[in-house]
Design a protein around this ligand. Structure first.
Ligand code: NHW
Ligand code: EN5
Length: 386
């Protein structure tokens, strides 16, 4: 089994874990001279087509492909619905490459039926710094599933990354494939419990009532930390250094230059919400952020959309992580999100229960392509992919 993945430079499922003193490194050497110059062959009737995400009609095609065919929960009740500005944010960081936005079209109709995207990133894993890429938005139209198209997409994006001298990748998935370097669990904090229960996202415990639950989950109207305010362009140098310094504590993370930090963290309406704590003398002491990733509620007439905020980078230096996460949730509530989601990575596990999060039924596996290394525990994961 795993006929595709076992042809790739990834560990086998049955490989023993690397011991603490065994050397880490690439599984196959990086040799740009042997990378094929021509695209892989697609099945007859399909062709490669890089998707121009700065063109609204091509962006709309990818948006629709994902809205109708991307990730669902285990019971197919919810499906991610990344917005168009979110897709641009996720796929067009500084240094992005059009050729890494790999689309597949039906030749006759031009219909976009599959996609995989990669973006460049500096990744640190167990202290080794790699000029790598992050891979996301792998999607094959529902009518073309189980025809081994996904391996062709993955091989093609790999070839295009290799041509640019990139031989390692970071990616996450809800499924287990060879071979995770670690995994995290999703936790959820209800902001709008009545709607969440109505749509089957959560349920009312046997010894609970709606009014008790609403009261128990009620948040203040305004953030509680004095000096909590949106991140601004002038804050970028200080906050970029703060975040990079914070991430050094973990075993899998991304390094941001100031342009990347500005791209990933400056507030974008309806996409990413970021805040700092500004002290009396104007010193920036902490930051918090979350992104907006709604899901369609499959087959629900009354409520078409679940509005979910996902915890993004939070750095607690002077203020407690607990207080920062709570202020982020208060902001999410003010912006009418239904639920606040977080992974148990970084230091999150230590505050989630207190803040009335509960564990979800979803796990997120972390992967490293073409890199052999030791397993990483959830609280040693610093990397947050979208
Ligand atoms: S995870 C989200 C992935 N997308 C979805 O789940 C959307 C809904 N599902 C689909 O569209 C975030 C299809 O089911 C997909 C599979 C396209 C998932 N990752 O075509 P076949 C990401 O985007 C393997 C990797 O027949 P299909 C990260 C599967 O194990 N592999 O299946 C993406 C099997 O291989 P095996 C996955 O259902 C990272 C083969 O695909 C996978 O029609 C990509 C079957 O292919 C997944 N999520 O299409 C890797 N799901 O060996 C990047 C299934 O087991 C690697 N498979 O036989 C790095 C590349 C860059 C390197 C640069 C140096
Ligand atoms: C790569 N960038 O399963 C992304 N979500 O728990 C791709 N469950 O929402 C990888 N099943 O537990 C994506 N409610 C992998 C995740 C795919 C989506 C997914 C899970 C994460 C999820 C919900 C709904 C379950 C519906 C039935 C869930 C319980 C919430 C409850 C709130 C109150 C406190 C206890 C928990």
């Amino acid at each position: 089994d795993h006929a595709f993945w076992y042809s790739q430079p990834v560990p086998r499922m049955t490989d023993p874990e690397l011991g603490p003193d065994e050397p880490r490194g690439p599984i196959v050497p990086s040799d740009i001279s042997t990378v094929p110059k021509e695209a892989l062959k697609l099945p007859a009737g399909f062709e490669w087509s890089s998707v121009r995400l700065d063109d609204d009609s091509e962006l709309s095609e990818l948006y629709t492909l994902l809205k109708e065919n991307y990730v669902e929960d285990s019971q197919a009740m919810f499906r991610f619905e990344y917005s168009k500005p979110f897709i641009q944010w996720a796929m067009m960081p500084p240094g992005y490459k059009l050729e890494w936005h790999v689309g597949v079209r039906v030749s006759s109709s031009r219909k976009l039926v599959a996609f995989i995207g990669a973006t460049p990133a500096e990744i640190v894993i167990h202290g080794d710094r790699l000029s790598a890429c992050e891979v996301n938005f792998l999607c094959v139209h529902k009518k073309l599933r189980t025809k081994r198209l996904a391996p062709v997409l993955i091989r093609e994006v790999t070839r295009r990354c290799n041509l640019a001298g990139v031989f390692q990748a970071a990616y996450t998935a809800g499924v287990v494939i060879p071979k995770p370097v670690g995994f995290c669990q999703y936790w959820h904090r209800s902001l709008n419990p009545k709607k969440l229960i109505d749509v089957g996202f959560s349920s009312l415990g046997p010894r609970n009532t709606m009014s008790r639950l609403i009261k128990m989950l009620k948040l203040p109207d305004e953030p509680l930390t004095r000096g909590f305010r949106p991140l601004r362009p002038a804050d970028v140098p200080v906050c970029c250094a703060m975040l990079n310094e914070h991430l050094k504590r973990f075993k899998y993370y991304q390094v941001f230059d100031e342009a990347e930090f500005a791209h990933w963290l400056l507030p974008r309406e309806g996409v990413v919400f970021s805040y700092v704590v500004e002290g009396e003398g104007g010193a920036l002491t902490d930051m918090a952020s979350f992104y907006n990733l709604p899901s369609s509620i499959i087959g629900n007439e009354k409520y078409p959309t679940l509005h979910a905020a996902y915890s993004y980078y939070t750095v607690a230096k002077k203020t407690s992580l607990d207080a920062l996460m709570k202020d982020a949730m208060i902001e999410a509530c003010r912006h009418n999100f239904d639920v606040f989601n977080a992974l148990d990575l970084q230091d999150n596990a230590s505050v989630l229960s207190n803040l009335k999060f509960g564990p979800g039924d979803g796990k997120l596996q972390y992967y490293a392509y073409n890199w052999k290394c030791q397993k990483i525990a959830a609280n040693e994961v610093g990397l947050i992919l979208l």
